[in-house]
Design a protein around this ligand. Structure first.
Ligand SMILES: Nc1ncnc2c1ncn2[C@@H]1O[C@H](COP(=O)(O)OP(=O)(O)OP(=O)(O)O)[C@@H](O)[C@H]1O
Length: 262
């Protein structure tokens, strides 16, 4: 049942007296096909956490495992970034096919087309990234990640650079995609609303060093795009609670620009 596990993971960056702990004794487990959102202020180690799960960084202490084995970089998980990271001189189809180097070319193109169709970009297979809107580029980045058919999707503030409307539409799009192609999702955001809309479970992290300070099951039924869960009294209550905790963390963090401001 447990897909991803971190046990007492600590990690520091830098050397000697400049050494700074980024994560301290972080333990968590993700169930298969669960959507877990990591919410926390800047610098609390959210991106570092994703890189550990991807197997791109080894922990200094503790253990990271995927299906009880060390994570295999590039094989267990695919990442989606805020900055899209598309190749500007390749078409949409080629951008997706590029993520499938192990497949024969014709098969990679066919798989790319299937995933472009899944995210509603079939008509734009031959377009360059620069010809697409921000929301379309993010859908393309999502198609590229999904085309590798990963068991784990690691999403680093994927919708943060989109306008408010595209962001809400992409949240719904991702939820719909996850119903058709389930994956274990670890999703990083600064947005309390995004966390409450997307998550089965929210992990709240504190900064310097990053620790998981609270775990919250999000009880709203799915699908969440039918009706507006934001109108529910429980939504307002959870939102308030998360905001209060985030604000206190930032105001009490000597490393924050907002330290001490009330
Ligand atoms: N390669 C690195 N070398 C040195 N320090 C690093 C490195 N990567 C991260 N850090 C430091 O580790 C801490 C955690 O960084 P991380 O990027 O994981 O935080 P984050 O929560 O994702 O931040 P943000 O919300 O601002 O993106 C920060 O203090 C950061 O400066």
């Amino acid at each position: 049942m447990t897909h991803v596990r971190l046990e007492q993971v600590s990690l520091a960056f830098g050397q000697g007296t400049d050494r700074m702990p980024a994560l301290e004794r972080v333990s968590l487990s993700l169930r298969r096909n669960e959507v877990v959102v990591v919410l926390g202020p800047s610098g609390c180690g959210k991106t570092t956490l994703l890189r550990l799960v991807a197997g791109l960084l080894p922990p200094d202490e503790g253990r990271v495992s995927v299906d009880d084995r060390p994570p295999r970089p590039g094989a267990d998980a695919a990442m989606v970034f805020q900055s899209f990271r598309l190749i500007p001189w390749k078409s949409a189809r080629e951008n997706v096919a590029f993520a499938l180097p192990h497949l024969p070319r014709a098969e990679a193109r066919a798989r790319a087309d299937a995933y472009l169709d899944l995210v509603g970009l079939s008509r734009f297979a031959k377009s360059w990234p620069a010809q697409l809107s921000g929301g379309m580029r993010q859908r393309l980045a999502l198609a590229r990640a999904l085309a590798a058919e990963p068991g784990i999707l690691l999403m680093d503030e994927p919708f943060a650079s989109l306008d408010a409307q595209s962001r809400e539409l992409m949240q719904i799009e991702l939820m719909r995609l996850m119903e058709r192609r389930p994956a274990t999702v670890l999703f990083v955001t600064h947005s309390v609303d995004e966390a409450l809309i997307m998550a089965d479970r929210i992990l709240l992290m504190s900064p310097r060093p990053g620790r998981v300070v609270e775990e919250l099951e999000v009880p709203f039924p799915r699908p969440r795009w039918e009706g507006d869960i934001r109108a529910l009294p429980l939504y307002a209550e959870l939102r308030r609670h998360l905001w209060d905790r985030l604000r206190d963390m930032v105001l009490n963090d000597p490393g924050s620009d907002f330290h001490g401001r009330r």
